[in-house]
Design a protein around this ligand. Structure first.
Ligand SMILES: Cc1ncc(COP(=O)(O)O)c(C=O)c1O
Length: 356
């Protein structure tokens, strides 16, 4: 399947269509565009998928992380453990909340936080592991501290039988277009903790917990997600199993085709279910390979960032695992509309590039 005028193979292509359009039309007809019934319906489905009692829809994954961190109620200067290889939002929300993100190196094989690298100090108050690209992190090996899962790419993933999104005190989802369920922009906090849920519900709406409140109990923000966007996400989360199966099928298609190449393919621990947010392998000479794939109309991308190499976090020093993965990770085009012949084309182009 090509994108239209050319034979470009797109990096991502959300699995949305007429069902989502119908839901959006329903919202527009009803005229409740925000804080209406679709928000509640979307949240019910998200909580069901994450096996939590509560889900709170917010305007982005970053907003979800920000509110979850604020809801911890920590003191300025307190520290939160964050993997050194992640999308920078994980560290940024901590810094932005007047706290200190303490970077922890990742295992270069799993690309996830390496629990053996964790050092707990007197001010370490929480951890924020990331299930990178949908691969569940070994969160049970982390120290016994309040944990916020960055499950931005892990909706549908499972760790040893339990849903990612339910493994800690709270978890944060993203609905950016490269995620399995997308609303264009959007996110959610999931939790079994009523107090956290209540705080997040207030903070996303200027501090108000209910329309009936005359007073505003705390200062808050506007991080609400509109009913229009919840309408886009609702049918997708209802067919999450189908979406995940589709992505697993594409991942298996790559796995078969790339098995003999000199690459490190993405894997998952035995007993876990990968959430397949992205298909990210590791190669030598990644930048050249990336350039060559792109020159052939294949929209590959780097994985994500070694946060310690970015200006605000450089003083935290060197993290060899994160730096190695940052140099080597390569995200291939990954969405459910990829055809067998497109998978063949990507595999052949990668094979040629690696043989050069
Ligand atoms: C691991 C991780 N955390 C947080 C985010 C931020 O999510 P959003 O883009 O919805 O703000 C992303 C987005 O790509 C992510 O991959």
């Amino acid at each position: 399947m090509v994108s239209g005028e050319d034979d470009r193979i797109r990096l991502a292509w959300p699995d949305v269509g007429p069902v989502e359009l119908d839901e959006v039309a329903r919202v527009l007809r009803d005229g409740m565009l925000t804080m209406g019934p679709l928000v509640a319906e979307f949240e019910t489905e998200l909580a069901r998928a994450c096996e939590t009692t509560r889900a709170l829809a917010v305007s982005s994954g970053t907003a979800a992380l920000h509110l979850a961190v604020l809801a911890l109620g920590l003191e300025p200067g307190d520290e939160i453990l964050v993997p050194a290889y992640t999308f920078p939002a994980t560290a940024n929300v901590v810094a932005f909340s007047g706290l200190r993100p303490v970077l922890v190196d990742v295992d270069p094989e799993t690309m996830n936080i390496d629990p053996s690298r964790v050092e707990v100090g007197p001010r370490t108050k929480a951890s924020m592991p990331v299930h990178i690209f949908g691969r569940p992190a070994r969160v049970e090996e982390l120290p016994d501290l309040p944990m916020i899962e960055d499950a931005a790419g892990a909706l549908g993933a499972r760790r040893q039988g339990r849903a990612c999104g339910s493994l800690g005190l709270a978890a944060c989802l993203s609905f950016h277009p490269r995620k399995i369920v997308t609303t264009g922009e959007g996110g959610a906090v999931t939790t079994n903790d009523e107090e956290i849920a209540d705080k997040v519900a207030g903070l996303r709406n200027h501090g108000w917990r209910s329309l009936a409140d005359a007073d505003m109990p705390v200062p808050g923000l506007n991080y609400r997600l509109s009913d229009i966007l919840c309408a886009v996400g609702l049918p997708q989360v209802r067919r999450l199993d189908e979406l995940l199966a589709g992505r697993a099928r594409i991942a298996a298609g790559y796995g078969e085709r790339l098995a003999e190449l000199p690459v490190v393919l993405p894997t998952v621990d035995e007993g876990d279910v990968h959430g397949w947010q992205a298909y990210v392998l590791q190669v030598d000479d990644r930048d050249r390979v990336l350039r060559e794939l792109r020159a052939q109309g294949i929209e590959a991308q780097v994985g994500t960032f070694a946060v310690n190499l970015l200006a605000p976090y450089r003083e935290q020093g060197s993290f060899p695992g994160a730096e190695r993965v940052f140099e080597r990770a390569l995200a291939l085009p990954f969405h459910t509309r990829l055809t067998e012949s497109e998978l063949d084309r990507v595999a052949a182009a990668l094979g040629r590039s690696l043989a050069a």
